[in-house]
Ligand binder design. Structure first.
Ligand SMILES: Nc1ncnc2c1ncn2[C@@H]1O[C@H](COP(=O)(O)OP(=O)(O)OP(=O)(O)O)[C@@H](O)[C@H]1O
Length: 650
């Protein structure tokens, strides 16, 4: 074993998973100077390639040859498949960081021979199977991080003397937490059905008896019995005392409430009026769209959530913010601030007070909360999204929202600011005056809305593809997470902008959408973890929607809604291709070839198997090409004819 064999191993790694990612790894540069490589005494001892864009499956017979390796970090890449068995030959390994990839399969038994391991982080992958008791063999382990995988079953009795960090949260684990691990914090076990220790008593367990108290009843049959047995010991006097205390407490609370209500009602806007206004806004959500603002606003196709832009009597966003302020202590000053991103962070043009005073109307209700249009006294309008079901701990929420706010791109609707308190989470976006693509496509066609021509539709497709491709370019696992036509918004000039990226990362594990969206890729089981390839699938469905004019959740076929990719494929297979297109598009016969090309791309993107789908940037490049050929052809065919407004009649 020498540096030559190390170099060969690294080359093997590069050609398997990093061909385009590791340009500095070439023969004209000495191996020890390659990116991410550190040597000592003529051997490679560290390999650190975090977020390097590695993609694919680690080959076997490669990493195991790095026999002097002490640190291996391949975190935040797009690696798939199992950990190769031969890694066990790298016996000097102390730190192994593989978190945030898509590794799958069981943790190989060979890993448990790496006796020197101190840090093992394989979180945020797709590892499955049970957690092996053989982790006990790694008795120098200080951190063992297994969270957000598909591990199942019970946690074995782990007894690792130097273990400080341990996390198995967000796995399919059940049973009780082994005694030695019960000192770990609650966070280590969230998102599982485990019990015991920081998660509270397991069924059949009794609370530990306080020192000196008479013996408890072992296994007396659960929490209820424990309470029952305590009750028996209370004397009559004590019960009377408690009862009197309770009555007094309730009276005191009532008096306080009464006092507070009176105080608030003297303010300009009474709480009752505001609440009423708020209720009005919310109540309208389940009603038919009123369509005051024409087809540009609202979202008429999402069954049950059809909402026009209905003005609420009072400021609904103000209610949201006021509720936040009131619940968390009354005053709106102090630390209760909007946190800004991008250029606005330098000179914020509005603050929470302005939002509080803004008049608002409900735009619609989505899976993550309700969206409002808020018009401030200055006349500026913003879209405020009031999130529900966020039970992430504050630091995690702030970290994730910072990642969302960091995406600033001309084709992505910018997140300008957010507000976080225990009870309220508000996101502030630019207000997009022409509403969503969903409303544009499926809005009331009868009422003389402008038909969408090929040029507009293909331009929207291109902008959306580029916007999403930009989000993907920010990191190997960065994804939008919820691509659909109501999240493609339009500027005054009908230019498309991608909105709402990253929202699924903000909701906690308790979030469970009621319906499976027609845009969701078949492999997605947890909407909080949507891969880039799953985004491509959703984008494919969006393209199909643009081409067919049909919404994927539209109840055309049956109550369950339309599986657009399957429907299109069945029609295309029967060679009725022309049948799938939106009638409005068919009026433009001269672009039929391009329409078929775009349809082919849509079918490719919505392939069942993720590996068959193109990348988002490939999809964008293909749309660009298709559009170029259609404009070339139109230039030659129309011989100077002005197509603008030239709307062929039926
Ligand atoms: N910045 C914005 N400007 C204008 N309209 C918006 C803006 N953001 C959202 N909307 C519109 O408000 C409505 C509700 O949006 P919201 O994002 O809450 O739900 P959704 O997109 O239907 O579903 P989801 O919650 O899954 O994203 C939609 O019709 C959407 O197009």
């Amino acid at each position: 074993d020498d540096l030559n064999s190390d170099a060969q191993a690294l080359q093997g790694l590069r050609s398997a998973v990093g061909r385009s990612a590791l340009p500095s790894w070439n023969n004209s540069t000495p191996t020890c100077q390659w990116d991410g490589v550190s040597c000592e005494s003529g051997r490679v001892v560290e390999l650190r390639l975090p977020g390097a864009g590695l993609i694919g499956t680690l080959p076997s017979g490669v990493l195991g040859n790095l026999t002097a390796l002490r640190t291996l970090s391949l975190r935040y890449n797009a690696l798939t498949g199992p950990i190769p068995d031969d890694l066990s030959r790298a016996t000097e390994l102390r730190a192994l960081y593989l978190q945030h990839n898509s590794f799958s399969g069981e943790v190989p038994a060979s890993l448990f021979t790496l006796k020197n391991l101190v840090r093992l982080d394989i979180a945020e992958n797709k590892f499955s199977g049970e957690i092996s008791p053989d982790f006990n063999k790694l008795n120098r382990l200080g951190s063992l991080l297994l969270e957000s995988n598909d591990f199942s079953g019970e946690i074995p009795k782990l007894d690792l003397p130097t273990l400080e960090q341990f996390n198995v949260s967000y796995n399919k684990l059940n049973g009780s937490i082994p005694t030695k691990l019960r000192k770990m914090p609650k966070d280590s076990f969230l998102g599982t059905t485990l019990c015991g220790g920081p998660l509270g008593l397991c069924p059949g367990e009794t609370a530990p008896t306080p020192a000196g108290a008479p013996g408890s009843q072992p296994d007396a049959g659960g929490v209820a019995d424990v309470a029952g047995s305590k009750k028996k010991k209370l004397s009559g006097g004590a019960i009377a005392g408690i009862a009197i205390g309770c009555v007094f407490g309730v009276l005191l609370l009532l008096a306080l409430l009464f006092f507070l209500c009176r105080k608030r009602s003297s303010k300009a806007r009474s709480t009752a009026a505001v609440e009423k206004g708020h209720d009005l806004g919310m109540a309208q959500l389940d009603a038919e769209p009123k369509g005051q603002n024409g087809s540009a606003a609202g979202n008429g196709v999402h069954a049950g959530a059809a909402a026009g832009a209905v003005p609420a009597a009072a400021s609904a966003a103000a209610v949201a913010a006021a509720a936040a302020a009131a619940k968390s202590g009354g005053s709106t000053g102090g630390t209760k601030k909007l946190i800004y991103f991008g250029p606005m962070a330098v000179a914020p043009p509005f603050d929470l007070e302005d939002l509080l005073r803004a008049s608002a109307e409900v735009l619609g209700k989505g899976a993550f909360g309700t969206a409002y249009k808020a018009v401030m006294e200055s006349g500026a309008a913003v879209a405020v999204k009031r999130l529900k079901d966020v039970d992430l701990p504050e630091p995690e929420f702030r970290e994730r929202i910072a990642a969302i706010g960091a995406v600033q791109h001309e084709l992505v609707v910018p997140l300008r600011a957010y507000y976080f308190s225990k009870d309220e989470k508000l996101l502030v976006y630019d207000y997009m005056s022409m509403g969503s693509l969903s409303a544009l496509l499926h809005g009331n066609r009868a009422s003389g809305r402008t038909p969408l021509d090929w040029e507009t539709r293909s331009a929207i497709a291109l902008a959306a593809a580029r916007g999403v491709a930009h989000i993907h370019s920010t990191g190997p696992t960065a994804s939008h997470g919820n691509i659909k036509s109501s999240n493609v918004l339009l500027t005054k000039n009908y230019e498309a902008r991608v909105s709402d990226h990253g929202l699924p990362t903000l909701v906690g594990p308790s979030f469970s959408p009621t319906r499976v969206s027609g845009y969701r890729a078949p492999e997605v089981t947890d909407i909080r973890r949507v891969s880039q390839k799953a985004d491509v699938y959703s984008f494919g469905v969006l393209l199909l929607e643009l081409l067919t004019g049909k919404a994927p959740t539209h109840a055309v076929v049956n109550e369950e809604g339309l599986d657009l990719p399957r429907w299109v494929q069945s029609v295309v297979r029967e060679e009725w291709t022309a049948e799938v297109f939106d009638q409005e598009l068919l009026r433009y016969q001269s672009v039929e070839e391009e329409m078929v090309q775009l349809l082919q791309l849509a079918i490719d993107c919505s392939a069942q198997h993720p590996d068959r789908r193109p990348t988002m940037s490939d999809a964008a490049a293909r749309i660009d090409e298709i559009r170029r050929s259609s404009s070339d052809r139109q230039a030659t065919e129309s011989a100077g004819g002005d197509r603008e407004g030239d709307e062929p009649s039926l």
